[in-house]
Design a protein around this ligand. Structure first.
Ligand code: GLN
Length: 449
């Protein structure tokens, strides 16, 4: 009841697209608690989870914040949802986001923009903005988001919470509505890093339904933190013209605080300005290419609105164009650009070149991570913009992802942690590390907190 009260009070933030009925949630909570008291093994008994609306939930509407899926009721649970529910967690509802996870501010939703929990006239970051808000206001112990190019970490930074983009392949994507498969991972957002670990213990590990998952039994198999961690600042990103100096200062201060108060070894590394400048365009070419292919399924036949809702007895071509009108403008832009990047005559100049750059970024990132337990960089390039400020110009919006896409291109784990404030607004740092060091990162964050 208390949590529903909190959600009602924060209604103006528009964090949920679908909230489950209070009586249903309470009933399920009672039954879980009873089972736990009978001795059933339910490590998450009674934990409420807010789930991003691009992760399918059996019998619970999943819209991807799109008109296209307004009436979509999935017949099955995503693996992560299944594992959480089996561990005793209760799904609270589905959170608002940018349509099909394409965006950085959570304004591009067919169900209206999300507000920042610290200052509602500003954006909370995206695309998992609703999940970040749910975690920040305490609506549910934890939230699930997805991160293709920063969508967990940017909203975590701007909402003042923790958010983990796991190593690629550590968490099953079965039941995550695909945007750009080769880049994205599902991960948790929470107010405390311990809660991030609690969720990862349940959702991480091999899933036979997702052939890209790694043969890892679970979270406990992953390396633990060393006694005296060695961390390095990513110097050239902090000095990059795309990063607000005030944010860079907050991140740097945080790192030096760690060395003073915890005695950690601190150093500095550089990726090279060429790598930093190439990462963002390569990311967008790859993400849009994969998106144009993934979104081809919305034809109104298997997915999309039932054909009868469009028009009866119309030729296929017209039907198709009527159905596709239901996408928002940013989604359409990406389908066009992605189809262009993949088309004959342009493919080698755009898509294939982007893959070559991706390889170079990955090699450079792994090289930099080699001698350190973690490398620290900002998880946002500026404080949260006002609503409407960033979405007018797509290039400006894409530039918000500068610090975040690196980890996705390289497939490495990245944990966003609150770092301080600029003008009273939250900004974040992130710790990145070698593949499968996810647990190590969360343990470092537990000590930082
Ligand atoms: N803002 C980036 C994009 O629009 C990242 C989105 C995401 O991580 N889902 O592609």
């Amino acid at each position: 009841a208390r949590i529903y009260e909190v959600i009602r009070k924060s209604e103006c933030l528009n964090a949920f697209i679908t909230l489950r009925k209070q009586e249903d949630v309470e009933k399920e909570l009672r039954s879980v608690v009873e089972r736990a008291s009978r001795g059933d093994n339910l490590p998450l008994a009674g934990v409420l989870v807010a789930v991003k609306d691009n992760i399918v939930t059996k019998g619970l509407r999943t819209t991807c914040a799109s008109r296209m899926l307004e009436e979509f009721i999935p017949p099955y649970n995503a693996t992560v949802v299944e594992r959480l529910v089996r561990a005793g967690a209760v799904i609270l509802g589905k959170t608002n986001m940018d349509e099909f996870a394409m965006g950085s501010t959570s304004e591009l939703s067919a169900y209206g923009p999300v507000g920042n929990p610290w200052c509602p006239s500003r954006v909370p970051g995206g695309s998992s903005g609703g999940s970040a808000v749910a975690a920040a206001i305490g609506a549910g112990g934890v939230a699930l988001g997805s991160d293709t190019g920063g969508s967990i970490r940017l909203p975590a930074a701007w909402s003042g919470v923790y958010g983990l983009k796991p190593t690629y392949g550590l968490v099953s994507r079965y039941g995550l509505v695909a945007y750009a498969d080769s880049l994205e991972q599902i991960g948790p957002l929470a107010r405390h890093p311990r809660d991030i670990a609690m969720v990862m213990e349940v959702i991480a590990g091999f899933d036979e339904r997702d052939s890209t998952t790694l043969r890892i039994g679970g979270w406990r198999e992953l390396p633990s933190r060393p006694v005296r961690p060695r961390i390095a600042i990513l110097r050239d990103l902090l000095e990059h013209p795309g990063v607000d100096e005030r944010v860079a200062k907050v991140v740097e201060k945080m790192v030096y605080r760690l060395s003073e108060s915890l005695g950690w070894d601190i150093g500095e590394v550089k990726l090279g300005s060429e790598i930093l400048d190439l990462a963002l365009p390569a990311y967008y070419v790859i993400a849009m290419s994969e998106a144009s292919s993934n979104l081809a399924r919305y034809t109104g036949i298997l997915y999309g609105p039932p054909g009868r809702k469009i028009v009866d007895n119309v030729p296929w071509t017209r039907w198709f164009s009527e159905v596709r009108k239901l996408f928002g403008w940013e989604v359409k832009r990406r389908i066009f650009m992605g189809a262009f990047a993949l088309s004959a005559g342009y493919r080698d100049a755009l898509y294939e070149k982007a893959l070559i750059i991706r390889r170079r970024v990955k090699d450079a990132v792994l090289r930099v991570l080699k001698n350190w337990d973690a490398v620290v960089l900002p998880s946002c390039v500026s404080p949260p913009p006002r609503k409407g400020e960033a979405i007018g110009d797509p290039l400006r919006m894409y530039a918000l992802d500068l610090a975040n896409v690196i980890a996705n291109l390289a497939g490495v784990p990245a944990l966003a942690v609150p770092a301080g404030t600029v003008d009273g607004l939250p900004v974040g740092a992130q710790l990145i590390s070698q593949p499968l060091n996810d647990r190590l990162l969360v343990e470092l964050a537990i000590e930082i907190e």
